[in-house]
Design a protein around this ligand. Sequence first.
Ligand SMILES: C[S@@+](CC[C@H](N)C(=O)[O-])C[C@H]1O[C@@H](n2cnc3c(N)ncnc32)[C@H](O)[C@@H]1O
Length: 350
Amino acid sequence: MTSEASAKVIADFTAFSATTRRRAPLYSSISARIADAPLLLNLMLAAPEPARVPVNLFAAVHDLLLADRSDRLARYYPNLTKEPDRGDPMPEFLAFCSARAPLIQASLATRFPQTNEIGRSALFLAGFDHLESGPLAHLDLGASAGLNLMVDKLAYRDADGGVLGSSEVVLDCKIRGEPGRLAGSLPEIRTRLGLDIAPIDPSDAAGLRWLKACVWPDQADRFHSLEAAIELLGRHPVVIRRGDVVDDLASAVDAVAGGGHLVVTTSWVLCYLEADRQRAWLSELERLGARLDLSWVWAEAPSQVGVLPVAPGLAASESTLLGVTTWRQGVRSDRTLARCHQHGYWLHWL
Ligand SMILES: C[S@@+](CC[C@H](N)C(=O)[O-])C[C@H]1O[C@@H](n2cnc3c(N)ncnc32)[C@H](O)[C@@H]1O
C-alpha cells in the first residue's frame, strides 16, 4: 500500500475529527489520533478504496460492540452507558479492534453505512395532513428498513406538551410558524409498501443492528429512538421490495394501489440519483399521475435534487424542504410546505 494511500486516510480522519468535534466528540477524539494507530490505518488500507471512510470503520466497531455490550469499550459510548467515561477511549478502542481485526476487516470489505431516520415520519405526517381525508396506500421510495412506513403507528409531541397518537415511540418535532402543529389527526393507512435498491430486511436482526451501528454514539437520543422504532417495526411488519425507484416504480404502484389514495413518499433518496435519473423518475411519476390520482410527499434538499418543484428562490436551498405534489384527474399541482431539520427535529411552515 502506498504512502499516498496512508496519507489520504490520515487526511480523511483528520478532517472528520475537525468537523465532528462538537457533534461526535467520541469519534472525533479517536479520529484525531489515526496517524499514531497503525492497527486502524492498516484496517482502513486493507479495505476497498470506496469503503475507506471514517464512518465505515466506526460503524463496523459499533456493530460489534452492540453484539457484546458488556465489553469495557462500551463505557465510553454515550448511547450504551448512563454516565459515559470522559477519559481517553483510545486504549480500549485499540484493544477492541485488535481482538476483532478479521471481523472488522470483513465488515469494511462488504458493507457501507446505511440509514433510516424515524424522525422523518413527522415530516411525512405533516405532508399527509395536506391531503384529502380518507384511507391511504403508502409507497415509500428508498425505504431502507421501512421505518417511515409506520407514520400512523407513532405518536407526536406538540410544543405545548400535547401528544397526537398513542404509541411508545413518541417523536418530538418542534414547530415554527402557522399552523402551530404538525397535523390535526393521524392518517388512516390501509396498505403500505417500501421500495429500495439495497433494502434492509426488517426481519433480519443483523441488518437492523447495522442500522443502529451507523448512528453516532454521541447522538444517544437518536440511537434510542431508532431502537424503539425497530422494536415497533417487529410488531408491525412491513414489506420492502428490492428495486430501483425509476425502473420499478410502476410495478410497485400497481402492487399498492387500490388500497386507498396512493401517496408516494421520498425522503433523502432522490439525491442518490444522477440528474438524468432524477428527470427520468419525475417523468415516470408524471406518466402514472396522468392515469391515476396520486400524491407525492417529499422531504429533500433542492440543492441536491434539481427536479424538486420549488419556487426559483428556493432552488439552491441546502435545507431539507417538505412539499406535496398532487395529480387529480391528470392535473398536477405543487406546494412547498415547510423548511425542516433533515432528521425531522423541527419544522418551520412556510
Ligand atoms: C439516506 S437513505 C434514506 C432512507 C429513508 N428514506 C429515510 O429517510 O430514512 C437513502 C436510501 O435510498 C436508497 N436508494 C438509493 N438509490 C436508490 C435507487 N436508485 N432506487 C431505490 N432506492 C435507492 C438507499 O438504498 C437508501 O436506503
